[in-house]
Design a protein around this ligand. Structure first.
Ligand code: HEC
Length: 229
């Protein structure tokens, strides 16, 4: 009797493992950004992330939730986060609508105002695997990480001065360096700093050609001028 139960149990496990293996090896798992999520994907990923962060016992925020820190957090946010997570009152940027998972718009709805700043701090410092959310540990200082986390924890009650920092820049072609073949790297540096700096992590990996293409099309869009880059 016990032997039967044990064999049945082992068989059930083997069949389950086989099914999961088949699901992936037969190309049934969703892989394109427009595909629907895998069954239980979001639930399992969130469960793992929450449990892991809870175990870290992150110390309380060393920065206070006040205007100077919100202002500093807002400029960090605008430069490093806004491309993916959006700006107040603005539609999500093109880039953010074409990736999977879609980055949550942190100034829409409740954003992460229901999470403690320490949770956002952990996510910003360490990133989130397999999601496109980068780690900023080596890009931002501890203070900057906490400032942006406090800003996001209070995203629904930021003062006017902070809202003004979070207004999108409107880069004009006039402010761009001349886009000639010889100044490709200057052009790319400008495009990164003006338009793409937020995503420096990802765009750093782009080759010069792709970078020039992105820069040209963005500048063209705004200036309606065709520029050779
Ligand atoms: C290249 C795109 C990208 C950039 C840049 C980026 N993020 Fe994210 N972020 C994501 C994605 C995608 C997710 C969703 C991850 C998921 O669903 O598991 C995310 C998730 C988060 C979350 C969790 C949100 C939630 O609902 O729990 C926080 C907090 C966060 N990011 C903060 C930041 C901060 C702060 C910055 C800037 C310092 C930043 N992110 C920059 C892509 C990005």
């Amino acid at each position: 009797m016990i032997k039967g139960i044990v064999i049945g149990f082992i068989l059930a496990i083997a069949i389950s493992v086989g099914c999961v293996f088949y699901y992936f090896s037969a190309g049934m798992a969703p892989v394109a950004t427009a595909d629907p999520p895998m069954p239980f994907e979001k639930k399992l990923a969130n469960m793992a992330l929450d449990a892991h962060i809870e175990k870290q016992h992150i110390p309380p925020s060393p920065v206070s939730a006040d205007e100077p820190n919100f202002l500093a957090g807002a400029s960090v946010y605008k430069q490093h986060c806004a491309l993916c997570h959006g700006l107040p009152g603005q539609p999500p940027m093109d880039y953010a609508t074409t990736v999977f998972p879609k980055p949550p718009q942190l100034f829409r709805g409740k954003g992460v105002t229901d999470d403690p700043a320490s949770e956002t701090y952990w996510k910003a410092a360490n990133g989130i695997r397999l999601s496109g959310m980068p780690s900023f540990k080596t890009k931002l200082t501890e203070t900057q990480l906490w400032q942006v986390s406090e800003l996001l924890a209070h995203a629904n009650e930021i003062p006017e001065s902070v809202k003004r920092v979070l207004i999108p820049d409107s880069p004009t072609a006039a402010s761009a360096p001349p886009l000639t073949r010889s100044s490709a790297s200057t052009c790319c540096a400008w495009a990164r700093s003006k338009l793409l700096s937020i995503d420096a992590h990802n765009f750093r990996r782009q080759d010069g050609h792709t970078c020039r293409k992105i820069a040209t099309s963005l500048i063209d869009q705004r200036s309606k001028r065709v520029m050779a880059c």
